[in-house]
Design a protein around this ligand. Structure first.
Ligand code: 6PG
Length: 245
């Protein structure tokens, strides 16, 4: 696993770097082929998606993008809690991605059924090797508790699941979630953590500087087997790192 850590002065500079990576991937995708991405949720990606839509909506190639999610809250698609709603408002409704290339996790449906349906959808649409899908890019956020996607502390077993998607639960709100597992994350060609804000600095430092107990956090299990691991941080999220790596 190749790991690269990049620290940016501003979220806009982080967004620009990420956008250029994505656009480069689209441009390298041959005619008739697709570039598959799993979007992260929460609040961090909103600014990044808005930057993409504002600066890159006319670049061409969006029809090559297959859009999935790394996790979703079990809420209707018009809920303010929905990762689909956030991504649609900030990016997907602003750029020419064919609607048939957007694969929403149906948070309103029975979670167990939806985890199964979404696993099947990924199997069907994303090229795989030895039963594991090879996403071109998986975006991940980081919780202050060290969770990623919707794999929370105490649920690390979801990383080892032989399923692509599992039902999860937020430990505080008890909100039911659907999450991809390590079988998706660690087979991706590129996994990118996008982490901003002072609140994440302690966890970023714990994980990247491998402080005591770092391995008990779910985010520490993100180790792409053959792919690249990118940590894209703003100065605030990197502020506890001793040496700026
Ligand atoms: C979600 C996410 C989750 C998120 C982190 C960070 O559905 O909430 O996928 O893993 O990325 O909790 O969330 P923020 O970006 O809101 O800090």
């Amino acid at each position: 696993m190749k790991k690269k850590i990049k620290i940016f002065n501003t979220v806009d500079q982080l967004s620009q770097y990420f956008a250029k990576k994505l656009i480069k991937g689209l441009r390298k995708t041959p005619e008739g082929a697709y570039f598959s991405i799993a979007l992260s949720g929460g609040s961090t990606p909103r600014a990044i998606f808005q930057y993409l839509a504002l600066h890159f909506k006319d670049i061409g190639g969006w029809e090559k993008l297959l859009v999935f999610w790394g996790d979703e809250r079990c809420v209707p698609p018009d809920s303010d809690d929905s990762n689909f709603k956030m991504a649609s408002e900030s990016l997907l409704n602003q750029v020419p991605i064919p609607k048939d290339n957007i694969f929403r996790i149906k948070g309103e449906d029975n979670p167990l059924d939806e985890a199964r349906r979404y696993s099947d959808m990924i199997h069907k649409k994303v090229p795989s090797k030895k039963g594991s899908p090879l996403f071109d890019l998986v975006m991940l956020g980081l919780g202050t508790d060290g969770h990623t996607a919707s794999i929370f502390p105490g649920s690390q077993h979801l990383f080892e699941s032989d399923q692509l998607c599992k039902v999860a639960q937020h430990p505080e709100s008890l909100q039911t979630r659907i999450t991809v597992t390590g079988k998706v994350i660690n087979q991706a060609r590129t996994v990118a953590f996008l982490v901003t804000g002072e609140a994440k600095a302690a966890m970023v430092s714990t994980l990247l500087e491998r402080k005591d107990g770092w391995e008990k956090f779910p985010a520490s299990q993100v180790r792409p087997e053959n792919g690249k691991l990118l940590w894209l941080l703003d100065e605030a999220a990197a502020s506890d790192l001793k040496n700026k790596l």
